[in-house]
Design a protein around this ligand. Sequence first.
Ligand code: F3S
Length: 621
Amino acid sequence: MKKTLTYKILDAHKVSEDLENNKMSIRIDQTLTQDATGTMAYLEFLSFGIDKVKTDLSVSYVDHNTLQNGFMNADDHKFLQTVADKYGIVFSKAGNGICHQVNVERFAVPGRTILGSDSHTPTSSGVGALAIGAGGLDVACAMAGMPFTIVRPKVVGVKLINKLRNGVSAKDIIIHLIGLMTVKGGVNKVIEYYGEGVKTLGVPERATICNMGAELGATSSVFPSDEVTLEFLKLQGREEDYKELSRDEDSIYDEDITIDLASLEPVASCPNSPDNVKKVSELKDIKVDQVLIGSCTNSSYYDFVKVASILKGKKVHKDVSLGIAPGSQQVLQMITKNGILDVLLEAGARILESACGPCIGMGQSPATDAVSLRTFNRNFYGRSGTNSAKVYLVSPEVAALSAVNGYISSPLGMELNEFSMDVTYPKCDSLLYKPTFKSEVVMGPNIKPIPKFKPIGLEFDAKVMISLEDNITTDHIMPAGAKVLPYRSNIEKISEFVFSNIDEGFSKRCLDNGDGVIVAKTNYGQGSSREHAAIAPRYLGIKAVIASSFARIHKKNLINFGILPIELDIEADLLDEIKVSWNKDTIKVTNVTKGKTYERDCDLSSEEYNLISVGGLLNTF
Ligand code: F3S
């Protein structure tokens, strides 16, 4: 049978299949973690009592909590470094760059499976790998050699034809697609790109597109591995990693979309959702206060070539703050050598560290009510650190031109070839460490043990602790930013911040009332893979989340930590009394206060049922 590229890779890694529940388990070749999710993932890994990681390659990155005000983040970094050294994990120190940018440069290999404790792990699929984001516990299990289970994904074939016009970029392709499919359109799907337009896109552009596949809720995205991939790997000194890979001609997709690249124009994701898409030409008179260029979406050398072509000989508008974060030390070295850094500085850019920084609310929060243009991938409410800010997601070209003009501007038609793309990529090993297997693990006072959770039981009474609308993100549930991130290794402390951006009383209400449930509508838990959005509510006594539908990674995180995800659309108000009874066949929810009962078949696989029955995955070891 003719196969899509997605199923060629999945089938080559298949360990087992559960056709009744439409699930498959796959072998994982490589893992990655970042520090914000990594400390939990490694605490979980340590609890397995295994002597070293079982994957071909595991990499631990420090890129999120790089601010070191006080001892907490520094404690976390030391813990991560000593675990990596002892258990056979490559360690990428703070300053080396954003995990996905570095992973594409140094480690992603065509045809391999990569599991990462970060929702934008699919960035590495830009080289033809199949890279999937997951919760930390799933990644810990993969490091211990266990297979990873997914819903057998549907494959969306996106045929790219023709080529982009000047001033239109890969970012516009993916924002356009998110506008078509919405933030829930990719759940349990892989987005596979093919067609003649593919070869007009370099690996950094393909990585940008795969990166924001996460904003569709997709399991992953994938590009073929072709002569463009070979060229990229050669420049990285990794020619031996190349393998040609493509779909079988005439393989059938579950859904078909065609994008005529020549018909696209610059677009933007408007506040506060990546799928709130408008043409840049429709936004053109909006005054801009801040422009930020970087993040795992758009921080490659290629991106800075375009930015510098626009900024050359110009000055950033006096009312605009332009911040630039090269995605890795390699990118920083390249823009330094090629004169691009000078151009950026002369134009008036502020150079930020090669890290996630403002993307995760670590610094550069906009002023009250400010308009911030970012080349990032998320503009959820509150994520910038300023709830009233209006954050637009755009291409590097739109960002740079708008920084000069002081209002949102379209670069459509601009020739941007001032700087050469023909460069040799420096190796940059100075902040990358291979394991010596010699360290003793150092756990400073910021690292607390993971709490033990009791099973929720097959029948329980609880109160509604919060009642929510559609598309609640993990940023709503467990905010990030400089105030919260230092407590990533301390569940008791971080639980004080659950829902704090939208409901300051949540945490106290839970502690005062005992057992609780969360009620929501569609796509609950979209966004980041952070498992704290499951662990911290569980710590506060949440036993079930009742929502019309869930985002993939978050649903798995809930199950992993013993919370029952119930797919039901129920009517409920704050503090309504709820009775839940569930077994392998059915789930029954009664809103005692409103006198209404809802019932559905149990949609959990037997493995998931068992996990919740025993109080979560950690109770099985
Ligand atoms: Fe970091 Fe933002 Fe990407 S937090 S991993 S740059 S989505």
